[in-house]
Design a protein around this ligand. Structure first.
Ligand code: NDP
Length: 237
């Protein structure tokens, strides 16, 4: 029986690798995107997954998208909330709209998707996975708003894991430095500095984060909830 998966933020990078991974293993997969219409449609054609434009920050759009996906699938085995953008800004230069936007995309988006899909996940004894970051665990200098939002996701994971048990498992992935557009915004000097902090001596690949999401959503993880799974090459142990 194919499982049904919803991925928030699947058009590029780690999210696209997740769409490929779940589709390849035979799961019926729906994903959302914001700006990358072209990439989303190409990925949908390549994988057979269903693409929905949806701004994770917008309550009405998230509600409508979840309603459309659930009325098509009639069921849901797993939700993965991956959508995110980075903000490289020291605290004193961060405006209130920038601060609120970071909380909104990372934290409010996860709250909205979880709230709209929990009844369906409960029916299937399913799983939710949120994508945090190593900076949510350790704090990233000049990424204060991003780090605060990602740390909030870890709190959300732990609280919701207790609240949604025993029917729904809730976990979180904390990637380190992963080869995507987000990482390519660092200069080569900055990338070398980051690389020097990684015991496995390389950046991670999106497929390696997707593999962690696939595991956490699988029956192999049926006794795992409320955890933060680091996919970081040992950057933070
Ligand atoms: P990318 O910038 O490559 O992709 C981000 C994805 O999120 C895109 O699909 C984008 O869609 C989507 N997205 C962004 N904003 C919104 C929004 N408001 N509504 C819906 N979708 C949105 O990032 P990565 O793949 O690198 O990152 C994925 C996740 O992993 C993020 O949460 C990020 O914080 C986290 N992460 C990444 C790390 C890394 O090193 N790459 C390290 C640690 C954590 P579109 O293009 O259509 O706008």
């Amino acid at each position: 029986m194919p499982r049904h998966i919803l991925i928030a933020g699947g058009s590029r990078g780690i999210g696209a690798a997740m769409v490929r991974r779940f589709s390849r293993q035979g799961d019926l997969t729906a994903f959302t995107y914001l700006k990358s219409e072209q990439e989303a449609q190409t990925l949908a054609r390549e994988t057979g997954a269903l693409a929905y434009p949806c701004d994770s920050r917008d309550e009405a759009q998230v509600k409508d998208t979840c309603r459309r996906v659930l009325s098509l699938f009639h069921t849901l085995d797993a939700l993965v909330v991956n959508a995110g953008t980075a903000l490289y800004r020291v605290l004193e230069d961060t405006s209130l709209p920038e601060w609120e936007d970071q909380l909104s995309i990372h934290l409010t988006g996860a709250f909205l998707f979880a709230r709209e899909t929990l009844p369906a996940l409960r029916e299937k004894q399913g799983a939710a996975v949120f994508v945090s970051s190593v900076w949510g665990q350790t704090g990233g200098s000049a990424e204060t708003a991003y780090s605060a939002a990602k740390a909030g996701l870890i709190g959300l994971t732990r609280a919701l894991a207790k609240e949604a048990a025993p029917l729904v498992r809730v976990n979180c992935i904390a990637p380190g430095m992963i080869h995507t557009d987000m990482l390519s915004r660092f200069s080569s000097d900055e990338q070398e500095d980051l690389l020097a902090q990684i015991p496995l001596e390389r950046f991670g690949e999106p497929a390696e984060v997707a593999a962690a999401a696939a595991f956490l959503c699988s029956p192999d993880a049926r006794y795992i909830t409320g955890q933060v799974l680091a996919v970081n090459g040992g950057q933070y142990i």
